[in-house]
Design a protein around this ligand. Structure first.
Ligand SMILES: NC(=O)c1ccc[n+]([C@@H]2O[C@H](COP(=O)([O-])OP(=O)(O)OC[C@H]3O[C@@H](n4cnc5c(N)ncnc54)[C@H](OP(=O)(O)O)[C@@H]3O)[C@@H](O)[C@H]2O)c1
Length: 243
């Protein structure tokens, strides 16, 4: 039987209770990693994900720096190391810049960008050579075909820049950092049968939404032993949304 590629590795995934994050937790665990994940508002769904993947749920609101610090410390304490950090938790409020409330803009900037910076900074204290950091950005960083996406796209563009900059700082430590940019993925945030689905399919090469499992497989590849020479990259998994 083939060895599972992430056997012996430890991982922390932010926002693992639902959607893409739950798919990432499931795949990393299936590939042999010991996995902790954060959640904020969905404790029952977090328990279900934890039970299915034998993963460790941590309540930690990405709005609060102390919650993220505690989640990283708890993961490192529990597993004795941290090899893989996946920054997945994010929110999107889609409205034009004049219609968005400042509180909504602040939440996107804080959860989607500031919390990622905090999680990376904290994780680096526990991550050695061979470490992998994977941000979940969005194809909207490169392509925003519809009005109402500007601030969300700004936060995902920031992740692409952060990834490039940190690649330079982390390569000497033997740590890679990459940014996965999904297109439409079927989740609560963007259901494949939702009101915006047909509009999105209209600008795509493939006539379907992606799945959380497909993103999980991409994350596992970047976290695994075959992805040693990839760093600083923003990599699309988007069914041709950006083509
Ligand atoms: N779905 C898409 O089409 C798509 C496309 C491009 C990029 N993405 C990116 O993929 C990632 C996941 O998206 P998704 O569609 O799976 O979203 P989702 O269905 O809304 O799930 C979001 C996840 O993040 C967690 N989360 C939200 N706010 C949080 C907070 N303040 N603190 C901690 N956790 C928090 C949620 O946990 P709780 O419910 O427990 O709070 C949940 O587990 C995001 O980075 C998103 O930008 C998604």
């Amino acid at each position: 039987m083939a060895t599972r590629p992430l056997e012996g590795k430890t991982a922390l995934v932010t926002g693992g209770s639902r959607g893409v994050g739950a798919g990432i937790v499931a795949r990393l665990a299936a590939d042999g990693a010991r996995v902790a994940f954060t959640y904020a508002n969905s404790p029952q769904r977090a328990e279900a994900v934890a039970a299915a993947a034998a993963a460790h749920p941590i309540r930690a609101d990405s709005l609060h720096e102390q919650d993220i610090e505690a989640a990283v410390a708890q993961t490192a304490d529990r597993f004795g190391s941290l090899d893989i950090l996946v920054n997945n938790a994010a929110v999107g409020t889609f409205a034009t810049i004049t219609d968005l409330k400042m509180a909504e803009i602040d939440a996107m900037l804080t959860i989607n960008v500031r919390s990622v910076i905090v999680a990376i900074r904290e994780s680096l204290a526990h991550m050695g050579s061979g470490g992998r950091i994977i941000n979940i950005g969005s194809i909207n960083a490169d392509r925003t075909p519809f009005p109402g996406q500007s601030i969300y796209a700004t936060t995902k563009g920031a992740l692409a820049s952060l990834t490039r900059g940190l690649a330079r700082e982390l390569a000497p430590r033997g740590i890679t950092i990459n940014n996965i940019q999904p297109g439409p993925i079927d989740t609560d945030a963007n259901p494949a049968d939702g009101p915006a689905a047909s509009t999105m399919l209209g600008v795509m090469a493939m006539d379907r939404f992606g799945t959380a499992a497909e993103v999980g497989a991409f994350v596992s590849y970047l976290a695994g032993p075959d992805a040693t020479y990839i760093t600083g990259a923003s990599l699309d998994i988007d069914g041709g949304f950006g083509a």
